[in-house]
Design a protein around this ligand. Structure first.
Ligand code: AMP
Ligand code: ZN
Length: 111
């Protein structure tokens, strides 16, 4: 399948990995929107949030985000988690992922 995040998971496209376990990787976003901009990516391909009904993966997205945020002490100042879904939701890569944004006061505007 021609999916950039599947290729990153396979290792055929390079990335800066900050965390990995059996089900997830966390990488640095190539076009950061904040001083800290990470992506939590399930290793298995789900095109969007709506294509994933696995509780361990859905819960794992947040568990992994909390773990990495704790390791990097992002929670002390604060961080934001985002899952863009489909076109008007701003999704551009159709492999489920969650953004972790931190490192500055984030805009109060959500859209
Ligand atoms: P979204 O718009 O929610 O689908 O987010 C996709 C994100 O993936 C964007 O923030 C992109 O900057 C990021 N991205 C795209 N290609 C890469 C890549 N090769 N390595 C790291 N991040 C990427
Ligand atoms: Zn994929």
């Amino acid at each position: 399948m021609d999916c950039i995040f599947c290729k990153i998971v396979e290792g055929t496209v390079p990335s800066t990995k900050v965390y990995e376990d059996d089900n997830f990787i966390v990488i640095k976003d190539i076009n950061p929107q904040a001083p800290v901009h990470l992506l939590v990516i399930p290793k298995r391909h789900y095109s969007t949030l709506m294509d994933c009904d696995e509780r361990d993966i859905l819960g794992g997205l947040i568990d992994v985000a909390k773990r990495v945020s704790t390791e990097k002490r992002l929670h002390e100042r604060g961080f934001r988690l985002v899952i863009n879904t489909n076109e008007e939701g701003g999704q551009t890569v159709f492999h489920l992922h969650m953004h972790i944004l931190a490192g500055r006061a984030l805009s109060g505007k959500m859209g």
